[in-house]
Design a protein around this ligand. Structure first.
Ligand code: CA
Length: 229
């Protein structure tokens, strides 16, 4: 098996989407291979190990979810990063996909920027050799090794809780999290804190970030997200 370290496998039967994805990946520096069915995908995987798979849900031969289950059950591929592509509004599918071991999902139609951000975030999370890499978003840089944060290259003063919060948000860009989810993910679900605590730390985080505070968005009546948009 060849180790196609920087190649991404696209499993998608809609040619317009294939073209968009290929072009986006190319612009971001990834080469890609394309197959249109789960059978071809499985065959491809026997020869090449991609860095990540973009897997459509609805494919002509069988559901992408079936292929995902097969990938996760195979010890050669159990750790391979997989992002599911789902049709708009299929909330139950997303949950099922994540339950089956998808690392993330992207809802069609998606922007090139969102696609690249999600891929980078998943690779960062999944690949140990990338885990220590600095994370960036716009003018912001977070170094997980030294626990330092920079805005436009200048180090900023940031508290421990705000650092953890920022690290979580920057690893999951363009996704909204409720206060409850942030408490669970950042502080751990054994900690009993009021949801208002999150607001306090978001406030401090924004203050610490100064001119980069625009990255932390409030999504009214839902929660918070990190977005460059
Ligand atoms: Ca399809």
């Amino acid at each position: 098996m060849t180790n196609s370290a920087s190649r991404i496998l696209i499993v998608e039967d809609e040619l317009a989407i294939v073209e968009l994805v290929r072009f986006t990946l190319k612009s971001a520096g990834w080469d890609s291979d394309v197959v249109h069915t789960t059978a071809d995908a499985w065959e491809h995987l026997q020869q090449h190990r991609p860095q990540l798979i973009l897997l459509d849900w609805m494919l002509p031969d069988q559901s992408g979810l079936k292929l995902l289950a097969r990938i996760r059950a195979d010890r050669n591929f159990s750790n391979l990063p997989v992002i599911m592509l789902t049709a708009k509004g299929m909330e139950e599918d997303k949950v099922a996909g994540l339950d089956q071991g998808a690392d993330d999902y992207i809802t069609k139609p998606f922007s090139p920027r969102e696609l690249t951000a999600r891929i980078k975030a998943v690779i960062r999370r999944k690949m140990p050799e990338h885990a220590e890499m600095a994370m960036t978003a716009g003018p912001l840089e977070l170094d997980p090794v030294s626990c330092r944060v920079y805005v436009q290259g200048n180090q900023v003063e940031i508290g421990h809780a705000e650092f953890k919060l920022l690290k979580f948000l920057i690893a999951h860009p363009e996704r909204v999290f409720s206060r409850g989810q942030l408490l669970d993910k950042v502080w751990g679900d054994h900690v009993v804190l009021e949801e208002r605590t999150v607001d306090v730390h978001i406030l401090r985080l924004r203050k610490a970030l100064g001119e980069a505070e625009f990255l932390i968005k409030t999504i009214r009546s839902v929660g918070y997200m990190l977005s460059e948009k």
